[in-house]
Design a protein around this ligand. Structure first.
Ligand code: NAD
Length: 320
């Protein structure tokens, strides 16, 4: 079978749809002949009407029109697929694949950046630039990551990317994972019921799980209270995994030293959110994975699955 792939206009949230379409276009010289045979067409789809004739759709957003189309396969350009209605898709026999496995380096570097900013106080220097303020940090303010402890909650692609970089920077790394089998760069792996012990000694707690029924609210008031008062929470998972209201309370009460937050229960983060104004909070705009090669990595996943479909092989990164 050969597949007609639509590139949904919503991917424009992360990169221009046309660059992904071009990366999927098999007309280039030297392209794999099996892929050329497996793909009948690739086109950008902006409206529900334009879905007609597409067998597969590569998308950022979800829309109910996907359910009443000819689609048999949807690929999410994000790793998180919590926005998709699993039961409805299953009922209609629509497969869902995601883009996990491609962001370990980008998100790992973002989290390394957060830790370095806090330890080396780079965010405070940047804050003072508009005031042309030349100031040495307080004598006991700056520290080094070497010898500090980092707890990574969720040891999948992102978590391992974070752990490898924290280890390389000289930190002692522990982690939380459903199955407590060893993970490279992680000294001790705890199970989720041991999360309080896991976070108790950490200077940095990085959260990198998907949002599921079991992880919603995984980091709430009790977990934040179990953390050290000089600890930083780093959240690159999904809004809802961390209880934002409890986090605000902990930051206001001095229960934590600070936080770096890429994801929120409400996105975009509302203009009135107190997080914007806190000097010990770094806000990034759900951009921890941003990088100019994002579309190429998604294209590689989609190409592989187009080939697999034609060969009758199981889809890679299959969620449903
Ligand atoms: P992944 O599937 O490779 O890894 C997820 C890991 O979380 C798995 O190892 C899983 O076992 C673990 N996990 C699940 N439930 C857990 C629990 N209760 N306790 C501890 N661990 C648990 O996915 P990934 O690529 O690492 O991405 C993880 C999530 O991060 C995505 O689902 C997405 O929501 C989010 N994400 C955010 C960004 C961003 O830009 N901020 C980028 C990519 C992914």
């Amino acid at each position: 079978m050969s597949t007609t792939v639509g590139v949904h206009g919503s991917v424009g949230e992360l990169f221009p749809p046309a660059v992904l379409r071009d990366a999927l276009d098999p007309s280039g010289e030297g392209d794999d002949p099996a892929y050329k045979r497996a793909l009948s067409d690739v086109r950008v789809v902006e409206t529900a009407d334009e879905l007609a004739g597409c067998d597969a759709l590569v998308t950022f957003a979800y829309d109910d029109s996907f359910l009443t189309s000819d689609l048999s396969w949807i690929h999410s350009i994000q790793a998180g697929v919590d926005r998709f209605p699993f039961e409805e898709l299953e009922r209609r026999g629509i497969s869902l694949t995601n883009s996990t496995g491609i962001h370990g380096d980008a998100v790992g570097e973002t989290v390394a950046g957060y830790m370095l900013e806090f330890a080396r106080r780079l965010h405070r220097h940047r804050d003072r630039e508009p005031r042309r303020e030349w100031r040495y940090p307080d004598w006991d303010e700056a520290f080094t990551l070497s010898g500090e402890s980092v707890c990574v909650v969720g040891l999948g692609t992102l978590g391992r990317g974070i752990a490898a970089r924290a280890d390389a920077l000289g930190a002692d790394v522990v982690g939380v994972r459903r199955t407590p089998t060893p993970v490279e760069h992680v000294r001790t792996v705890h199970t989720p019921d041991g999360i309080h012990d896991a976070v108790a000694d950490a200077r940095f707690v990085a959260v990198a799980t998907p949002l599921t029924d079991r992880t919603r609210g995984l980091v709430g008031a009790d977990e934040l209270a179990a953390m050290r008062e000089d600890a930083y929470l780093l959240n690159v998972s999904r809004g809802g995994v961390v209880d934002d209201a409890a986090l605000l309370d902990a930051l206001r009460d001095g229960g934590l030293a600070g936080a770096a937050l890429d994801v929120f229960e409400t996105e975009p983060l509302p203009e009135g959110s107190p997080f914007w104004d806190m000097e010990n909070v770094i806000v990034t705009s759900h951009a921890a994975a941003a990088n100019r090669d994002y579309y190429r990595r998604v294209a590689a996943l989609v190409r592989e699955n187009v080939r697999r479909l034609a060969a009758g092989e199981p889809l890679a990164n299959r969620v449903l």
